[in-house]
Design a protein around this ligand. Structure first.
Ligand SMILES: NC(=O)c1ccc[n+]([C@@H]2O[C@H](COP(=O)([O-])OP(=O)(O)OC[C@H]3O[C@@H](n4cnc5c(N)ncnc54)[C@H](OP(=O)(O)O)[C@@H]3O)[C@@H](O)[C@H]2O)c1
Length: 291
């Protein structure tokens, strides 16, 4: 199994492109010492990769040891076959101005069943061939739905798994999948430690959806514990993932320079074990509404 030299935190560039400071943010991301960068072929309609590539060119190349990780996406007509995977990689490499990628993940395959994805001549076989050709270092599955993500893990062909919003301070839905991935020798990227924002910015949704009432009550109890312990909730949410032995890297969404500037302090924060014990003592979190 191939492994990726992950940094504890990875800078998520899914929203790169939707703000006026996008160029400056791209420059900061490709030279950041805080961690590698995560993007995808279809983030911001390809603008995320393009902005990162332009920044890499302005910097005269990626700094030594700094990595950009990306993902294969279906085309705009929903096609996600072997040819599309190869074209997706060509597009990614062209935009980024790189010859190869350390990790390329099979991203959000909502339009295909697991069997269709894994069929001979299918998209996953194409990714594995690209790994054998040396143009990809490692192959991953990056997906949300817990049941299907677990099925992809069980195939045993992926080097890494990325799940999101389902292993956080207030949600453990992905825990069994991560445990299984570990048993199989895979690496784990845990994305969206703030549940898409709410645990850091107080937004009303979790995992990009409205919260079910009982889950919302649970989040309120955790917020209240953070106040009791005088703990910053964003720091606690980040450190929940950073301290987990199941997680190789935590992918945090960085939509602006302001959020990048704030990350160092969150990483340096100390969150007492007693706080995490008190959260565990609340019992298993209710379902968050994500499948
Ligand atoms: N299927 C997949 O492969 C998949 C799916 C989801 C995510 N991901 C990856 O994981 C990354 C993270 O996911 P995510 O961005 O959706 O979720 P997240 O990391 O849980 O939340 C990020 C959001 O939290 C807010 N935030 C960040 N730092 C903050 C701070 N210091 N204080 C207050 N608010 C802060 C920002 O929103 P505001 O600035 O708007 O407040 C930011 O957009 C993505 O960028 C992507 O790289 C991959």
């Amino acid at each position: 199994m191939r492994s990726v030299p992950f940094t504890p935190v990875t800078l998520g560039a899914s929203r790169l492109g939707d703000r006026p400071d996008a160029e400056a943010l791209a420059d900061a991301l490709v030279t950041s010492t805080l961690g590698h960068v995560d993007t995808s072929n279809n983030y911001a309609g390809g603008r995320s990769e393009q902005l990162l590539g332009d920044a890499i060119r302005r910097a005269g190349g990626l700094p030594e040891g700094h990595l950009v990780l990306s993902k294969a996406d279906r085309d705009t007509d929903g096609r996600f076959d072997a040819d599309r995977v190869r074209r997706s990689l060509e597009e990614s490499l062209t935009r980024l101005g790189l010859d190869s990628l350390p990790l390329y993940q099979y991203h959000d395959p909502f339009t295909l069943t697991v069997a269709e994805s894994m069929a001979p001549g299918g998209p996953v076989e194409a990714l594995i061939a690209l790994r054998e050709e040396g143009v990809i270092g490692a192959v991953g599955i990056a997906f949300g739905p817990t049941g299907e993500t677990r099925e992809y893990v069980e195939t045993g062909v992926f080097d890494v798994v990325l799940n999101h919003n389902r292993y956080t301070l207030v949600d453990r839905a992905a825990e069994a999948t991560y445990l299984r991935a570990r048993e199989l020798g895979m690496q784990v990227l845990n994305a969206a430690p703030f549940g898409g924002g709410t645990l850091a910015n107080g937004s009303a949704s979790y995992g990009y959806h409205d919260m079910p009432a009982d889950f919302s009550e649970h989040v309120k109890k955790v917020r209240s514990l953070a106040r009791d312990f005088a703990v910053d909730l964003a720091a606690a949410a980040l450190h929940f993932s950073l301290r987990s032995p199941l997680v190789d890297t935590t992918v945090v969404g960085i939509p602006s320079l302001e959020r990048l500037d704030a990350l160092g302090a969150l990483l340096d924060a100390t969150v007492p074990d007693d706080f995490f014990d008190a959260v565990e003592a609340l019992g298993p979190p209710p379902a968050s509404g994500n499948s």
